[in-house]
Design a protein around this ligand. Structure first.
Ligand code: FAD
Length: 289
């Protein structure tokens, strides 16, 4: 089923995310995590894409497993900067053959060791969106950034390029993580003003360790509100306390979003069924309303 058809239903939708293992040895562990997360009954599970080699092959493999063996819709991420156009076309062909109907089209990070941009690579995600649109009957998602993408100095440019990307054939957007819901509400207002009307899935990252927080912050430039920083400062050195506080904070963000009319939530579950299950337990009654 196409994710966009599901998102059009007038009900709450919850999705989770899995990332493939770096080496073949880790595949079984990730498949087990996928099995457990699928057991929580999400509307779909997305599978991230790593640059090149086994990681990228495993995205298709895990997405196929989730859809065909676990009976949950899957969303395969696909990045283009680290591959040639020919390689990207091959991945799209493979996804089509496997019966994957949903792709999250991304540029990805630009590898240091190549000439970029170049004729034989897609430069921006919108070019990948066009390619996927012309390659088959896919539902296409794309990324957006409530706090602005790190490469852009001006937020207006971000929205201008986001609109171009959506007009290239995007069905829905998923946001980068954020920890202050007001930033999301403000972003939604600005993109709706700019004429971007597709569904936007807020991406909620449960931060359950101080190390994870540091890494996430460095990669994305995400702002940590004072309230969240206080939690990290107080509980960061106590793993069990941080786990509990991180789940509570993410739950609180989700409840606030749902209370304010948001219908679709994407949870960056990071291959952690325990965290995913705890959050689902916390909102079990809420999502029935
Ligand atoms: P784009 O939309 O191409 O944007 C990249 C930059 O170029 C932005 O600054 C944008 O404003 C600018 N831009 C866009 N169009 C133009 C234009 N026409 N002219 C000038 N500038 C332009 N990474 C992975 O490696 N694997 C994953 O699985 C993955 N999943 C992700 C999922 C989500 C929900 C999110 C939010 C991010 C994910 N990422 C992933 C990270 C993503 O690949 C990086 O953030 C990357 O730097 C940008 O990708 P993009 O698709 O947003 O790029």
């Amino acid at each position: 089923m196409k994710i966009i058809d599901r998102l059009r239903e007038d009900k709450i939708h919850i999705s989770f995310e899995i990332f493939p293992p770096k080496t073949e040895a880790g595949i079984e562990k990730v498949m087990t995590a996928a099995d457990e997360i699928a057991g929580l009954g999400p509307d779909f599970i997305s599978v991230t894409y790593g640059a090149g080699g086994g990681t990228s092959r495993n995205t298709a493999r895990i997405a196929e497993h989730i859809k065909k063996e676990l009976g949950v819709e899957s969303l395969a991420h696909l990045t283009c900067a680290s591959s040639t156009k020919a390689e990207v076309r091959e991945v799209i062909r493979n996804l089509k053959e496997l019966g994957i109907e949903n792709i999250l089209a991304l540029r990805g990070d630009i590898p240091q060791d190549i000439q970029f941009p170049s004729e034989d690579r897609f430069r921006y995600a919108y070019e990948l969106v066009e390619e996927i649109r012309n390659s088959g009957d896919f539902c296409i998602g794309a990324a957006c950034y409530p706090e602005g993408h790190v490469e852009n100095e001006h937020k207006e440019d971000d929205i201008k390029y986001l609109r171009q990307k959506v007009e290239s054939g995007v069905d829905f957007l998923t946001t980068q993580m954020f920890f202050d819901n007001d930033i999301h509400y403000n972003f939604l207002y600005r993109i709706r003003e700019a004429g971007i009307t597709v569904p936007v899935l807020p991406g909620i990252m449960p931060i359950t360790s101080a190390r994870q927080m540091k890494r996430s912050c460095e990669l994305s430039g995400t702002v940590f509100p004072r309230r969240f920083q206080a939690i990290l400062d107080r509980f960061g050195d106590y793993p069990d306390a941080m786990l509990q506080a991180g789940i509570a904070y993410a739950t609180d963000q989700i409840i606030d979003l749902l209370a304010n009319g948001v219908k679709n939530i994407h949870i960056y579950s990071m291959n952690n069924p325990g965290v995913a299950g705890a959050i689902m337990g916390n909102i079990a009654e809420i999502i029935k309303c």
